[in-house]
Design a protein around this ligand. Structure first.
Ligand code: F6R
Length: 252
């Protein structure tokens, strides 16, 4: 059963999720174990990362024993490109905390085509070697995508190269400016994501209200990848009031 948490605004939602992550990191550190975090990029998790930076700076929250694994990356893309997810992740969080460089994992947008199957398998293995993901942060696309798992993705899918939906590419086009948005991406699969022990799906703003309501009301179907998360035993949708506005309204 999915739980739904409704907050006043993205800042308070982000603070609540960051507090949960901080507690998880401290609990793992007290046990002498690694905390493995699944991270997302995009606009939605910004308030979580802002609060994690603050907790590190002001309260000494240490990421020294953490391993992080990002969901996805464009392919091909140079990590130095302003729109690469690697660059965004470094700017939003990694460069401001004490995560060891080797503990930051993200699919490499410059992996040669022939090396992709081995690289994707190695990504899955690295997650398992870290003990599996304790918590995966997720956003949701307007078409219901999760990571770069676009409509049609299967519940058992693993880390792989995928085609991006045209709507996903056209939403990114403004930010890419004169550069063409890559046609493909590397993403954890829905099956990879479902193995995380906790899933926290964040959605903010009125434009997400329709897809949130549809995902919550729908039976699991590849046509709506977010609906495939529904059977997870520890899934929480973390929303602001605007994104929650159409749940149960019958007007999804
Ligand atoms: C990003 C990702 C995507 C985004 C989704 C929502 O790593 O995996 O699935 O979470 O496209 O993007 P925003 O948050 O920009 O609305």
């Amino acid at each position: 059963m999915s739980q739904v948490q409704i907050h006043d605004d993205p800042a308070s939602a982000g603070a609540a999720v960051a507090a949960e992550i901080a507690e998880l990191i401290r609990a793992r550190a007290a046990e002498g174990r690694t905390a493995a975090l699944g991270l997302a990029t995009g606009a939605t998790p910004a308030s979580v990362y802002q609060e994690l930076r603050r907790l590190h700076r002001e309260q000494g929250l240490s990421f020294a024993g953490v391993q992080s694994f990002n969901l996805d990356e464009y392919w091909p893309i140079d990590p130095a490109h302003p729109e690469s997810f690697q660059r965004s992740m470094r700017e939003q969080l990694i460069d401001a905390i004490d995560l060891p460089p080797a503990a930051f994992h993200i699919p490499d947008g410059l992996t040669p085509g022939a090396a992709l199957p081995a690289a994707c398998a190695a990504y899955e293995r690295a997650i398992l070697d870290a003990g599996g993901l304790d918590l995966q942060l997720l956003g949701v696309g307007l078409n219901g995508h999760i990571g770069f798992n676009e409509p049609g993705a299967l519940a058992g899918s693993r880390t792989r190269l995928v085609e991006l939906a045209e709507s996903t590419r056209s939403r990114a086009a403004v930010a890419f400016g004169d550069d063409e948005v890559p046609r493909r991406g590397l993403t954890m699969g829905i099956g990879t994501i479902l193995e995380a022990r906790r899933l926290r799906v964040l959605a903010f703003g009125a434009q997400k209200a329709g897809i949130v309501a549809r995902a919550l009301a729908s039976a699991p179907t590849p046509a709506l990848p977010a609906s495939l998360l529904g059977g997870h035993p520890d899934l929480v949708w973390v929303l602001d009031r605007a994104a929650a506005a159409r749940i149960h309204s019958g007007s999804v």
